[in-house]
Design a protein around this ligand. Structure first.
Ligand code: PEP
Ligand code: MN
Length: 265
């Protein structure tokens, strides 16, 4: 059960090499929106690791609004993530779009399986992910309530997989300046209602690179257990989400400020 009433202690996700999400400390998950090439993912992996990230993100299967937009390198993308992990030791966080791909994800050693906003209520997918032992990073749907996010987490927990990380990534509102509106209140509310760790995605929330750091700082102040941040070695040339991607140098500076903020709070 995701409800704190049945589980007063915080759930802490611990990977085999000791990386943790939850239970104090600030987990930093960083990397490109999409894996684009071996050079791109390995370069970014090295640089976010040097900046203090403990996890590498990178999309191989991409849920794009337009069918004509880059859809990801798919199986090859998972291979490249594996290479980046071999080089840096960073565990991999990557999005799954279909239950048919679960075996492929497990065979490629994906450390944390991301369920994207668009699949938050893909209940058949959630049920299948309830049967695996890999931690799941579950993103809040584009227009989903906190209660709906928790019920989606419940689908995974009910199947027997208790390693679920909740992710606030901004919700649809009438505001158009930002890509989405970061729901800061979701962080303390999720922490109050549930024992699961809460990670915030300021990149997809704001949709603008210069907004990433202020939103991330606000998330830390509000009690987030971690952040998932898009970083690209050449944002202007990124195949997806370049406008919201930090350069490795920008990420390095932001990470320093975020660690300081996490200590202060
Ligand atoms: C992503 O993380 O690249 C992504 C597609 O995020 P979301 O599902 O939150 O839109
Ligand atoms: Mn993205």
């Amino acid at each position: 059960k995701s409800n704190r009433k049945f589980h007063p202690d915080d759930t802490v996700i611990t990977l085999p090499d000791g990386q943790k999400i939850g239970g104090g400390g600030l987990a930093l998950i960083a990397g490109p929106c999409s894996v684009e090439s071996k050079e791109q993912i390995c370069d970014i992996a090295r640089r976010v690791k040097a900046a203090g990230a403990q996890f590498l993100r990178g999309g191989a299967f991409k849920p794009r609004t337009s069918p004509y937009a880059f859809q990801g390198l798919k199986a090859e993308g998972l291979e490249l993530l594996k290479e980046a992990k071999k080089e840096t030791g960073l565990p991999i966080v990557t999005e799954i779009m279909s239950a048919n791909h679960i075996d492929m994800f497990l065979e490629n050693g994906v450390d944390i399986i991301q369920v994207g906003a668009r699949n938050m209520q893909n209940f058949d997918l959630l049920k299948e992910l309830g049967k695996v032992k890999t931690p799941i990073l579950l993103k809040r749907g584009l227009s989903s309530t906190i209660e709906e996010l928790l019920m989606s987490a419940e689908y995974i927990l009910a199947g027997g997989n208790e390693q679920v990380i909740l992710c606030e990534r901004g919700i649809r509102t009438y505001e158009t300046y930002t890509r989405n509106t970061l729901d800061i209140s979701a962080i303390p509310i999720l922490k109050k209602l549930s024992h699961l760790p809460v990670v915030v995605d300021p990149s997809h929330a704001g949709g603008i690179a210069w907004l990433v750091e202020p939103l991330a700082l606000a998330a830390v102040a509000a009690g987030a257990d971690g952040l998932i941040i898009e970083v690209h070695n050449n944002p202007a040339k990124a195949l997806s989400d370049g406008a919201q991607s930090l350069t490795p140098d920008q990420f390095d500076k932001a990470a320093e400020h975020l660690r300081a903020a996490a200590k202060a709070f």
